[in-house]
Design a protein around this ligand. Structure first.
Ligand code: PLP
Ligand code: COI
Length: 342
């Protein structure tokens, strides 16, 4: 496909091969200089750790075309830092934060033709990842690694866009209490395919995971963190060592407190106390904010604000976040990195 053939106004969330990706290899204990290449295929040895033992981590962030045609990256340093934590958990070499950010900027700039126009409300999803390229088939870390960044244009992650989604709790666990849930490692997502498929087959948009130790508290969705808003304007989001520390969630906590005067709490969200919330949402880079219409738990459906409309505070948070990302509203210091376009 050519960039000119993309229908930017009707994008979902699905990989499209764009022109350039960044690649850097780790060999002999150091990162070799990275570069942009056109080839989207990778040749990897059959014994590579990524295939057998899942030694791979990834990230997700977005680039936005602003009204003045300049280009924003949203908080790339946060993703760089989180990738370093994921790498440390899987005994992989870390990739320097400034080089991670430079690589993301270079990939967006090289693929500018694929960046949706401002009016389309689309964006460019940037996917950095790192994989173990070799292995002995003993359960040891690889010695050689690939760090790469590619990018493709996206629209809404959940088909409905900014419309309420319906979730069901899963009896499966996404992560173990001291496992890898707090890290962006591919294996977490492999394990979530079956529960997600079951939820979708049952007519829901996705499933909500409960805490693996007691199954009494909300953890998160397979692709986004959870938040709830109480009638007395408190923004509540789960605190757990086994959920992914979401950049979007962290950003919403800051905006809710600093710009909207909400009280913010990171704590337990018991699944039997959903009535505490007048609104709820799922937040993440791909999901942005998906208002949650309902959560069904053990056959009982709890409706939050409405099954058809987002609640007013969820809407305000969404407008502020997206406004910042597209450069229409002032960003807190350090949240926006400009991508050079010439
Ligand atoms: N939780 C999971 C499991 C995710 O995959 C993601 C997506 O990255 C999130 C939460 C949201 O994190 P972020 O806001 O950093 O994209
Ligand atoms: C993201 O929001 O960046 C994610 O990684 C979620 C999903 C696409 C895996």
């Amino acid at each position: 496909m050519q960039a000119a053939e993309v229908d930017f106004n009707h994008l979902g969330f699905s990989y499209i091969e764009t022109d350039y990706r960044y690649v850097a290899r780790y060999h002999d204990g150091h990162w070799e200089p990275g570069r942009l290449i056109k080839d989207a295929q990778i040749r990897v040895n059959e014994a590579a750790n990524i295939f057998h033992y899942g030694q791979g981590v990834f990230e997700g962030l977005k680039a936005y075309r602003c009204q003045d045609d300049s280009v924003n990256l949203f908080r790339p340093g946060q993703n760089a830092a989180r990738m370093q934590q994921s790498c440390q958990r899987l005994l992989m070499p870390t990739f320097p934060v400034d080089e991670f950010v430079a690589a993301c900027k270079a990939v967006v700039k090289a693929n500018l033709d694929w960046l949706p126009p401002y009016q389309s409300h689309g964006s460019m999803y940037v996917r950095p990842y790192m994989i173990g390229l070799n292995g002995s088939l003993q359960i040891h870390p690889a010695t050689d690694y690939l760090f790469s960044v590619f990018a493709f244009p996206v629209g809404a992650y959940f088909k409905a866009g900014f419309k309420p989604v319906d979730f069901v709790t899963s009896d499966y666990d996404r992560a173990a209490p001291q496992g890898t849930g707090a890290y962006k490692v591919g294996g977490n997502y492999a394990g979530s395919l079956l529960p997600e498929m079951l939820a979708i087959k049952a007519g829901y948009n996705d499933c909500v995971y409960l805490d693996p130790a007691t199954h009494t508290k909300i953890e998160e969705v397979g692709s986004a963190n959870f938040f709830g808003i109480t009638p007395d304007h408190t923004f509540v989001t789960p605190k757990s060592p086994s959920i992914l520390p979401s950049v979007t969630k962290r950003s919403l906590l800051a905006l809710a407190g600093d710009r909207f005067g909400l009280k913010t709490v990171e704590g337990d969200v018991p699944i039997d106390q959903l009535a505490t919330f007048s609104e709820a949402g799922a937040c993440g880079t791909a999901a942005v904010i998906a208002p949650i219409g309902s959560i069904t738990h053990r056959g009982k459906r709890h409706v939050f604000y409405s099954e058809t409309e987002a609640g007013p505070i969820t809407k305000k948070l969404y407008d502020e976040l997206v406004g910042i990302q597209y450069g229409d509203r002032p960003a807190p210091a350090g949240w926006i990195t400009k991508v050079p376009t010439v």
